[in-house]
Design a binder for this molecule. Structure first.
Ligand code: 13P
Length: 354
């Protein structure tokens, strides 16, 4: 099979994922990262506990009203819920499309700055993607990471290599019928200002779409998952949510083709509340060629994980539904800050690995 065989389906899936008023729940933490999350609530990192936690999220009553897709780690895609039914079946019952993280992690990039990386996982990717399709996945995610960190970064080498990797990935999974979510994350690490982030991000996203063109990626069958255009975590100059929104939308308008099906932001260490408020401000600007929504991990799960605390299903579901509803409202520019329970805790961790 090739991309051309899946063309209509890819466009249809991408449009469903980008439904106005819905966003994506990222629950694709690798097993070690999931372990760190569970350790924060004193829960052991066993398959049973990961199953219980993620099963709790997926069966939250009415979650599908706000969530169009869920990104899973491989274990979850093939896993059953504790009640014996498949996890993908639980998602299907809510009208949520299952997705899968297909990258195999960041590796040091020879010839670049010491902290710079490329994203691995291209070998055999179309074959793996076909197996995931068989298990029910209809979209994929690949996270490439660039760092400003100091005035030297990112290097041209890191930009080119990561853009190329994202485009190769995108075309490879389209050949197996999966919609690629293209994620070029610019980390918040560093003391640079918002102008520097905007300058770097515009360059990076443009490089990604040039590489997509060379690789003949069907843009209508893709989504972009960028970071927001924010100043470095240690920048001394504070900016308002409105400024973040204006910079972010300007960067997107300058670099993302109108044919892309949708933009779904990552939360990247923002607090739950900030992630909702920034998204809301972007949608108040409006008038963009794409649906502008969310694909949050930490900003959808932080208080849910604490509420669940290993066994409290009702509390966990209450919190994930509150954040999902808040972000759904934000994706329409209708969120009233503070109207849903959330946490203000900054979730930024320097040198964060997913
Ligand atoms: P965060 O929203 O926690 O940044 O995670 C989203 C994600 O999927 C990163 O790859």
């Amino acid at each position: 099979m090739a991309m051309t065989d899946y063309k209509e389906e890819l466009v249809e899936t991408a449009q469903k994922l980008a439904t106005n008023g819905k966003g994506i729940l990222a629950v694709d933490e690798s097993t070690p990262t999931c372990g760190k999350r569970l350790a924060s609530i004193d829960v052991e990192n066993t398959e049973e506990n990961r199953q219980a936690y993620r099963g709790m999220l997926f069966t939250s009553p009415g979650l599908g009203k706000y969530i169009s897709g869920a990104i899973l780690f491989e274990e979850t895609l093939f896993q059953n819920h504790a009640d014996g039914e498949k996890m993908v079946e639980k998602l299907a019952q809510q009208g949520i499309i299952p997705g899968i993280k297909v990258d195999q992690g960041l590796k040091p990039l020879a010839g670049a700055l010491a902290h710079e990386t490329y994203c691995s996982g291209l070998d055999g990717l179309t074959g793996r993607a076909a197996e995931y399709y068989g298990a029910g996945a209809r979209f994929a995610k690949w996270r490439a990471v660039l760092q400003i960190a100091n005035e030297n970064g990112p290097t041209e080498l890191a930009i080119q290599e990561n853009a190329w990797g994202l485009a190769r990935y995108a075309r490879s999974v389209q050949d197996a019928g999966l919609v690629p979510i293209i994620e070029p994350e610019i980390l918040m690490d560093g003391d640079h200002d918002i102008d520097k982030t905007a300058e770097v991000q515009e360059k990076v996203v443009k490089a990604v779409y040039r590489a997509c063109e060379v690789n003949r990626v069907l843009l209508e069958g893709t989504l972009l998952k960028p970071s927001m255009t924010v100043p470095g975590a240690e920048c001394k100059t504070e900016v308002t949510p409105k400024t973040v929104a204006e910079y972010t939308i300007q960067t997107m308008l300058r670099s993302v083709p109108a044919s892309v099906a949708g933009i779904v932001f990552l939360s990247g260490g923002l607090s739950e509340e900030a992630a909702s408020v920034y998204l809301n401000e972007m949608n108040l600007i409006g008038n963009t060629p794409w649906n502008v929504s969310f694909s949050y991990g930490r900003a959808l799960q932080h208080s849910a994980l604490r509420g669940w605390a290993g066994s409290n299903v009702d509390e966990g579901q209450k919190f994930v539904l509150a954040r999902a509803q808040a972000n759904s409202e934000a994706s329409k520019g209708e969120y009233v800050p503070g109207s849903q329970v959330s946490s203000d805790e900054k979730l930024f961790v320097a040198g964060y690995t997913y």
